[in-house]
Design a binder for this molecule. Structure first.
Ligand code: SF4
Ligand code: SF4
Length: 452
């Protein structure tokens, strides 16, 4: 076995140990998905201002060509994931449940690359600003699911002192193995992406943090990082939600991100390993973010596996390439079972942040009827933020938004650990989510009143 640079295992207080079910796909080799006949590229593939289309119906487009331009600093351009013809620029169903303006491209099956796409030279020849601009133009966003534009994350305000970049390889959500496979398939690229981010931030320390249930990934990344100045691999306890940003920072550095603060307030920038891989890939090839690893899994899929999929491919095509449904799927979730979002339809496109498509049978998706709270306190004991979930959810149900705020509802990261552990099967996190939205609305109202 390769010697890891750090041997202790880090963790955080609280958390749960749900059934991980990663064995469905973690030993199955990654497959390249078939070329999609049609891709739908929404103008919102990221958090922030939607893009503006720069192509029209009938245009010929090349793979990697920009089809939607960013419309603000917190925005990120979108690119054609195939070459072909624009069939429509219109509203189409989006995984968020709304219809969103999208560019629909019929593939010509040739994947002709836009000739302006060229590899970049050695990343050490670029300044911080040049690196951030390359990342911005390549439409790179957080690929762990958050889809926050990476160039914004790397643009740290001068009053903050960042000294560490952490790559998040925890992948603590049950069922998902996309990051695990990526770290095993492209460990050098993941490490290179970390080095590029460190250069962009002028930071000397980088940590790749991986849960102990991914020994092969730990091994591969450690080997790739061997001998590199300032880079460590940190083993994390296998516990949910180990990959949540604040929990990860505390586990790795011992520092706390203040309530309402950002990782930069603790001197850290966190990136997903998939994002780092894409950053390195863009430098290597010049290609923007047009594809990603997606785990298609669950007991309602015939042959679960992780696939390399073009952005814009319909979910249903990915499911079909895994043999289709093995039994009626009672629930299809975008992402993992803890923080993923239930889908109403499967003709929506794979996004830059789609880490998984989870298809569950009626039995696997079954949620028992909630009963009265027995005040056992288990929800509070597992809450990684040290909140009192039973109180906040009770106040939310009584519409006592002032009390929700007082009990720090806004700090809830919606990890669902409280609902999972609750013996009365109360829908705690759903109530807290409502409470959070209302507290935010009340705050806005107060701000308008105070300013007007
Ligand atoms: S875990 Fe459930 S039953 Fe126990 S205190 Fe929390 S809400 Fe009540
Ligand atoms: S209250 Fe929020 S942060 Fe705490 S366990 Fe529940 S969902 Fe997670």
């Amino acid at each position: 076995m390769f010697d890891l640079q750090k041997t202790e295992i880090c963790s955080f207080r609280g958390g749960i140990h749900p059934p991980y079910n990663k064995e469905l796909t973690n030993a199955v080799p990654v497959r390249e998905a078939k070329e999609p006949a049609v891709v739908t590229i929404p103008m919102s593939l990221h958090i922030g201002a939607p893009c503006k289309p720069v192509v029209k119906k009938g245009d010929t487009v090349l793979m990697g060509q920009m089809v939607g331009e960013a419309t603000g600093f917190v925005s990120s351009p979108v690119h054609a994931s195939v070459s072909g013809t624009v069939k429509a620029v219109e509203e189409r169903p989006h995984p968020n449940g709304n219809n969103v303006l999208s560019v629909v491209i019929e593939s010509d099956g040739k994947d002709t690359v836009d000739p302006s796409i060229k590899p970049y030279e050695d990343f050490t020849s670029y300044s911080s600003k040049e690196i951030i601009d390359i990342i911005k133009n390549a439409g790179i966003v957080g690929m762990g699911g958050a889809t926050f534009p990476t160039h914004v994350k790397l643009t740290v305000s001068p009053d903050k002192h960042v000294d560490t970049v952490i790559l998040n390889g925890a992948e603590c959500e049950p069922y998902l193995t996309a990051d695990d496979h990526l770290m095993q398939d492209s460990p050098e690229r993941v490490v290179k992406g970390l080095q590029i981010a460190m250069r962009a931030l002028n930071v000397q320390k980088g940590v790749i943090a991986i849960e102990t249930n991914k020994p092969e990934a730990i091994q591969a990344v450690s080997k790739a990082a061997e001998g590199l100045q300032g880079i460590e691999v940190q083993k994390l306890a296998t516990k949910y939600p180990q990959g949540a940003e604040k929990q990860l920072i505390t586990a790795v550095t011992g520092r706390e991100v203040p309530a309402g603060g950002l990782p930069a307030d603790a001197g850290v920038v966190v990136m997903n390993v998939g994002t780092a891989n894409q950053v390195a890939l863009t430098f290597e090839t010049g290609m923007p973010l047009i594809s990603r690893y997606v785990t298609c899994t669950g007991d309602a899929v015939k042959s679960p596996c992780t696939m390399k999929v073009k952005v814009g491919t319909p979910y249903q095509e990915v499911i079909d390439q895994c043999g289709g449904f093995s039994q009626p799927a009672a629930k299809v979730i975008s992402g993992g079972p803890m923080m993923g979002v239930a889908m109403q339809r499967t003709d929506v496109p794979v996004m830059k942040g789609t880490s998984g498509i989870l298809c569950l049978s009626k039995e696997a998706a079954y949620i028992p009827q909630p009963s009265a709270c027995i005040r056992c306190g288990r929800c509070a004991s597992v809450c990684p933020i040290h909140l009192q979930p039973f109180l906040i959810s009770a106040f939310a149900q009584k519409k006592r938004w002032d009390r929700c705020e007082e009990f720090h509802a806004l700090d809830c990261i919606e990890c669902g650990s409280c609902s999972y552990i609750c013996p009365a099967k109360r829908t705690i996190v759903s109530s807290i989510r409502v409470g959070k939205r209302q507290v935010q609305a009340e705050r806005k109202k107060r701000a308008v009143k105070n300013n007007g």
